[in-house]
Design a protein around this ligand. Structure first.
Ligand code: CO
Length: 140
């Protein structure tokens, strides 16, 4: 039901600085995009099948801004692919996990995503990303 790691989300104070830093290390970084509904701007660091999601808050009261205020910049969540997000949500909820959303939300690139509360998983915020095809041809 849950497949491979899709990305690791990293909260950053200034996205452009973070992009420049990862590029200086030799990583490819995709174009920055805005997810208005989530109040974030983000970009993916790409290496083969591996992705880091660099996330900056668009607003001082956004979840990413509050995370950085409390805990500093750094690892924010891990995301795994699922073929059917609604099924995964129902299944996890049935097993007692605290799925944050009633319905999946639209994440970067219009993908359906949801989150499992860190209370349910030893302090780790888990994101599920619906990826229908196991073949990875897309960049972000
Ligand atoms: Co993410």
């Amino acid at each position: 039901m849950i497949r491979d790691l899709h990305h690791v989300g990293i909260a950053v104070a200034r996205l452009d600085d973070a992009i420049a830093k990862y590029r200086s290390m030799g990583f490819a970084v995709g174009p920055a995009g805005t997810v208005e509904s989530e109040g974030v701007r983000l970009a993916f660091v790409l290496e083969g099948e591996t992705r880091l999601e660099l996330i900056e808050s668009l607003r001082p009261d956004g979840v990413i801004a509050r995370f950085i205020e409390k805990r500093g910049e750094g690892m924010h969540h891990v995301a795994f692919s699922v073929p059917d997000i609604r099924k995964a949500m129902a299944d996890l909820r049935g097993k007692g996990f605290e799925v944050i959303d009633r319905e999946p939300r639209r994440g970067h690139g219009g993908r359906l995503v949801t989150f499992v509360h860190p209370r349910s998983l030893h302090g780790v915020l888990l994101e599920l990303v619906q990826v229908k095809s196991p073949v990875r041809t897309e960049l972000a």
